[in-house]
Design a protein around this ligand. Sequence first.
Ligand SMILES: C[S@@+](CC[C@H](N)C(=O)[O-])C[C@H]1O[C@@H](n2cnc3c(N)ncnc32)[C@H](O)[C@@H]1O
Length: 225
Amino acid sequence: MPNLTKSFHEISLTKDEIWDLAVDSDLVCTYYDEFFYELGNWQRDIMIDVVGGIAGKTVLDIGCGGLRFGTFIMEELANGHYYGVDPYHKFLDFGRKISEKLNCVDKVTLIQSKNCDFPSDIKFDFAMSQSVFTHMSEGQILDCLEKLLPIMKPGGKLVFTYITTKLPHAHHDGRLYQEAMPVVCAYLAGTKILQDFATKHNLHLIEDYTEVPHPTNQKVGILSF
Ligand SMILES: C[S@@+](CC[C@H](N)C(=O)[O-])C[C@H]1O[C@@H](n2cnc3c(N)ncnc32)[C@H](O)[C@@H]1O
């Protein structure tokens, strides 16, 4: 059973409305169940814990999917302060519909990319990568981290989740996520690549942050820029 999140943030969209938007975007709808709220609230909670709030912050959501994180923070952000990057067009379509329903289209910029094509004209206070390194190879993870270097503000934080255990169903087996995206590598064989990256760039790494426990018990890392 997942841990209960500490908070349950109210948004002006009902569960039925979110479900209908997912259906409209032709998504596999088991994704948009309680976990939408559980993992959305968890991401909101840990952002508040790590950077002290939401208002005024600039946010990059790496592998944003269907804006499970963005849904629970976008109403408090300023225009142009939320960027989501994801390769899968149906997720982005769903996220766009949510931002329309929440009257937040001017706050949200969505970029379709599997190569971490982040914007270059904005610096971020906070980046989130929730259950995304679980879909990337080590090379892709390092490329992602390199691309964050010039766009994170000094002191900016990346929160990322990962697993190190090779679960029976979680390895590179050609499995497709949401019947579309390949799961390249669902676990990190070890955290040495993260440690080496942090050392090389003189960044502070917390490998296993436990203050805000992850609902499905993924490990939580924080990189400070
Ligand atoms: C488990 S979902 C998590 C989505 C979102 N972070 C959330 O919490 O709802 C994994 C996401 O990683 C995305 N993804 C897969 N490969 C990626 C890549 N190379 N770059 C960015 N995102 C990727 C998938 O499309 C999917 O949206």
